[in-house]
Design a protein around this ligand. Sequence first.
Ligand code: IMP
Length: 226
Amino acid sequence: MLVYVATTNPGKLHELRELTAGSDLHLMVDETYEAAPEGDTSYADNAAAKARSLRASLLARGIHAAVLADDSGLEVAALNGQPGVLSARYGGEQLSWAERRALLVGELSTATDRSARFVCVLHFIDEHGAEFVAHASVEGSITLEDRGEQGFSYDPIFWYPPLQRSFAELRIREKNAVSHRAIAMSKLLISLGDSEERENMSTHEHWRDTVRINASHISSAPEQNA
Ligand code: IMP
């Protein structure tokens, strides 16, 4: 199934492509997609808005395809959950990612609790307009400085305790085995699989009913060879 992804973030797209590599979803981008201004309260609302606006724009051009949107963010306990939904622009759009990470690390200079979590909401709309949502988060903490070169955005300062490395020190396969995005994607694929199974089931039930009707028709027919 062809799926257009509502993102302009190459890091997200790369991860989403890896995460769906063994599935039936073939992710592509719509070069004309432009992220609409995001709300500042809810990942779920933002993900839904991104998916619905991309779908509307595709439909307006006669393209009937599934769409996928990801809204995600980093929540730092000592900052009362900030930057959260506003993670992409924390400290202002003019900052580079190195500066944004340094700003956040600096804000925690006196914090005793450095715990943080990444959150992800995926919103999928299939080609018929049915909507599916999956949420997930992953717990970790904020490092004292950048560590590692992989990943994107906040990955160099997100310490993942079970592997004793930052997300930017993990290979993409390692991050994609444990991340917020990976867990949300596996939930999404399960609900898409379940719904496909239900669809097959109803086809199967339809077939079974047809067989039953035919069978009753046969059994109510006059016995010819008895
Ligand atoms: P949005 O979903 O477009 O609002 O952007 C999400 C922002 O959250 C990204 O630009 C990053 O700042 C941050 N973020 C979400 N997921 C990750 C991740 O896996 N690694 C690093 N930063 C992330």
